[in-house]
Write a protein of this length. Structure first.
Length: 283
């Protein structure tokens, strides 16, 4: 009874493990060819989008390298098109390795794989390949860096000229800063003076307006007086003419008196010569 119980327990354990491994499920066998079997072992898990869909059934040595036989559960065959690809991947850097199925691009053949079909294997890049790729990508950058370093070392390069100009500008910066501060102080002083002048003008503007009004009133009165004087000008002119005539009559009468008559020559009428030069000579 003890042995029978142990045997039944062992058989149940084996059956459970086999069930977990999918041995009681139907599978479709497909394969791919790889350059070598490094990292690929029989019984390795096959995953699709991280889900376990089969296992590696066999690894055979052929002329093209190795032939890896995969057993895919029939429940997942519809999700594996003929354009799918297989690659070796690890879960992290130190995790277990597995075969990952990549469904392929949208434009590839979407017909599901069948028994005995072959899919393409994408080889995983090794350390040497990655280092070589990094070296190829870094070579142009190193060459450009070497060229820049050579240009920086050349005294006649634009970079050195720019650095020299920048150094001169930095050296002149304190003087420019002082001038700017002086200009700011002068501007502040001018603004304060303008503010004071504006305030003073605001205070004196009413007085100036009053004085200007008084001046305008005075000018108006003066213009009125001038207008009155101009209105009396004709009478003054007539009075002046009468005064001149009276003076002439008095002068003529004084000349005819016996006291002055003998001492004043009587005026004679003279004719002017035709030629002005002759008249000038006779004078």
């Amino acid at each position: 009874m003890v042995l029978l119980t142990a045997f039944l327990g062992f058989a149940g354990l084996v059956a459970l493990v086999a069930y977990k491994q999918g041995m009681f499920e139907s599978h479709t066998e497909i394969h791919f060819h790889a350059p070598d079997a490094t990292g690929i072992n029989k019984g390795m898990a096959v995953r699709l989008h991280g889900v376990l869909v089969g296992t590696v059934n066999d690894v055979q040595l052929v002329e093209r390298g190795v032939r890896v036989q995969l057993g895919i559960k029939n429940d997942y065959i519809q999700r594996l098109p003929r354009g799918s690809q297989a690659r070796l991947a690890r879960e992290g850097y130190v995790g277990a390795a597995s075969i990952h199925i990549l469904p392929g691009s949208a434009g590839a053949d979407r017909t599901p794989v069948a028994q005995g079909d072959e899919i393409r294997f994408v080889a995983q890049k090794g350390i040497a390949d990655m280092l070589d790729e990094v070296r190829q990508q870094a070579t142009p950058a190193l060459q450009e860096l070497r060229r820049v370093a050579a240009e920086m070392a050349n005294p006649d390069s634009d970079f050195r000229k720019s650095v020299t100009a920048l150094r001169e500008m930095v050296e002149e910066l304190p003087a420019a800063t002082r001038e700017l501060r002086q200009l700011a102080r002068d501007t502040d002083r001018a603004v304060n003076m303008a503010a004071r002048a504006g305030a003073q003008a605001e205070r004196e503007l009413p007085l100036l307006s009053q004085k200007l009004g008084a001046t305008l009133d005075s000018l108006n009165a003066a213009s009125s007086q001038a207008r009155e004087v101009l209105g009396q000008a004709p009478e003054l002119m007539r009075g002046s003419g009468e005064l001149v005539r009276d003076t002439q009559e008095l002068t003529q009468a004084a000349r005819r008196t016996w006291l002055l008559r003998d001492y004043i020559e009587p005026s004679q009428m003279r004719t002017l010569p035709v030629d002005s030069f002759e008249s000038y000579g006779k004078r």
